[in-house]
Design a protein. Structure first.
Length: 166
């Protein structure tokens, strides 16, 4: 499986930027940082002032992925639900294709996310008339938490790789 994101590369965590609900008056905080060979997406989710999401996005980089079946995320979670978001020129600015996943608390898991799991969303709402995800059009990826629960969160990511046909 070709690796898309490898946190053992020393500068990988610095390529991610936080975009939290503070852009709309919320109080959530989240960021990506490195810990050894891991990327740690962590922070505090707050539902105050209509907020409730924290996210990080990797700097844009075109990804030609049509030869692959999807992506895998090797992660250890905290029992909360997360989203992998793929940003494409197919959608309006701010919209993304999301796949929801929930790694077990305390245990590592390689989570397969085939392209068919990704649905187009804008500000948390499904985009009914959006085209299906075109893997060759992916420009950026990100992680998001918006599970409507106040409190600390922590997602440890070892890698994000392509999903190959079996």
């Amino acid at each position: 499986m070709p690796t898309l994101i490898d946190f053992s590369a020393g500068d990988e965590a610095a390529r991610w930027r936080a975009i939290n609900d503070t852009v709309m008056g919320g109080g959530s905080q989240g960021a990506m940082h490195a810990a050894g060979a891991l990327g740690i997406f962590s922070g505090e989710l707050s539902l105050t002032n209509g907020g409730g999401f924290a996210s990080v996005r990797r700097e844009p980089e075109p990804m030609r992925l049509s030869r692959h079946q999807g992506v895998t995320v090797e992660a250890r979670g905290d029992g909360r639900q997360y989203q992998l978001r793929l940003y494409s020129n197919q959608l309006i600015d701010g919209a993304a294709y999301r796949a929801v996943f929930q790694p077990p608390a305390g245990g590592w898991q390689r989570i397969a996310l085939p392209w068919s799991m990704f649905e187009a969303v804008f500000r948390g709402r499904l985009l009914e008339d959006a085209p299906p995800l075109a893997p060759d059009e992916i420009q950026q990826l990100g992680l998001l938490i918006a599970d409507r629960r106040d409190g600390a969160f922590r997602l440890e990511v070892a890698s994000i790789e392509t999903l190959e046909a079996r």
